[in-house]
Design a protein around this ligand. Structure first.
Ligand SMILES: NC(=O)c1ccc[n+]([C@@H]2O[C@H](COP(=O)([O-])OP(=O)(O)OC[C@H]3O[C@@H](n4cnc5c(N)ncnc54)[C@H](OP(=O)(O)O)[C@@H]3O)[C@@H](O)[C@H]2O)c1
Length: 324
């Protein structure tokens, strides 16, 4: 089995490298893997990606690359659409015509954020920003390519789109920004009326690997025949940016990190007091029942951990490894 991973230097891409490294340590001949980052391939040039696909001929493609500069995307709309829509379309066309499997990542930002329900996968989308529209277009194109593909290879090929939210891992993210600011600020204002679920890349990658591969037979990792479609992939529970900031600071202090900022001096503000170029959804809650059922059908434990449990582990690890 040959696996191609794009976006190797991003938060998700780095987590995939770590995960696959440990799988290969246990079983060095389990699969062949190629990672690509900006140095190997500028995805804005689709012909370079096309060449890589045709030379490497992967059986599994994991698209961890994306244009993720949410505010900058308002100025770089064409580039955002190339990376977030044209690239996944090209990967889907390759997968559908070569009997390969595609795992792509999308975002809670495809929703308009109205109401306070946990959206399921069929809830109508309503992207508010250029970034969100480009990610929604990526989802649409992948589904369309697979739906309209014909030929002998199509029955073997399948795809999954995992919608995640508020990612944190090895890279820049909200938690690290808060902890950096907490070192030399004594007061901080944080938005408290946008709801969502922080998602650990380490957890998301472990979940993705379980979803893609049957690893129960140590000597032989087998690609699963999962149902194609969109899946919501976030931990359990819900919070706000304010709730996340408070937990991050509280955990860092409890882990021995010296911070000027006290939790009591983190002030809750409405999003309207912190305008940004790209609007964000007020409600990013997503139901994960569909993914939990798919995992249960594979005979796997399908209960997802609470978001705060994973944030505590992440922050304690940042402190331990002096990464703040
Ligand atoms: N971050 C979040 O909060 C969040 C929330 C929900 C969903 N998601 C989705 O989750 C996925 C992973 O996000 P992430 O946080 O891991 O993103 P990230 O850290 O920004 O990583 C994205 C990677 O894509 C690469 N990339 C972008 N443009 C490229 C180009 N023209 N050529 C080659 N590589 C390019 C970047 O390369 P460079 O490192 O060279 O820039 C980067 O390594 C994405 O699909 C994203 O939309 C993210």
């Amino acid at each position: 089995m040959k696996i191609l991973v794009t976006g190797k230097d991003g938060q998700l891409g780095k987590a995939f490298q770590k995960k696959f490294q440990s799988l290969l340590q246990d079983n060095p001949s389990a699969f062949d893997i190629q990672y690509i980052g900006r140095r190997e391939c500028d995805l804005a040039d689709l012909s370079v990606l096309e060449n890589i696909l045709h030379e490497y001929q992967p059986n599994v493609i994991i698209n961890a690359a994306a244009y993720t500069a949410v505010d900058k995307a308002e100025q770089e709309i064409d580039l955002a659409f190339t990376i977030n829509a044209a690239v996944p379309e090209l990967l889907a066309k390759y997968a559908a015509s070569h009997g390969a499997c595609l795992l792509h990542y999308s975002t809670d930002y495809v929703f308009d954020g109205q109401g306070d329900v946990f959206y399921n996968e069929n809830h109508p989308i309503g992207p508010l920003s250029s970034y969100a529209k480009s990610k929604a277009e990526g989802e649409r194109l992948i589904s369309e390519v697979f739906a309209s593909s014909r030929g002998p290879q199509v029955s073997k090929s399948h795809y999954a789109i995992f919608r995640a939210s508020w990612l944190y891992g090895d890279g820049d993210n909200f938690i690290r920004t808060i902890l950096r600011l907490a070192q030399d600020r004594s007061e901080l204002k944080v938005i408290a009326d946008q709801f969502g679920v922080p998602t650990s890349t380490e957890w998301l990658v472990a979940l993705s690997a379980d979803f893609l591969f049957d690893m129960s037979r140590a000597a032989n990792i087998v690609l699963r025949d999962f149902p194609s479609g969109i899946y919501h992939a976030v931990p359990a529970g819900q919070t706000t940016w304010y709730g996340l900031a408070c937990l991050a600071v509280e955990t860092a202090k409890a882990s021995g990190q010296n911070l000027l900022l006290e939790v009591a001096n983190i002030h809750a503000i409405p999003a309207s007091e912190y305008p940004l170029p790209a609007p964000r959804p007020m409600n990013s809650r997503m139901s994960t029942q569909k993914l939990q059922k798919a995992l249960a059908d594979f005979g796997l434990v399908s209960q997802f951990p609470q978001w705060d449990q994973l944030v505590r582990i992440y922050v304690a690890d940042l402190v331990k490894n002096q990464l703040i």
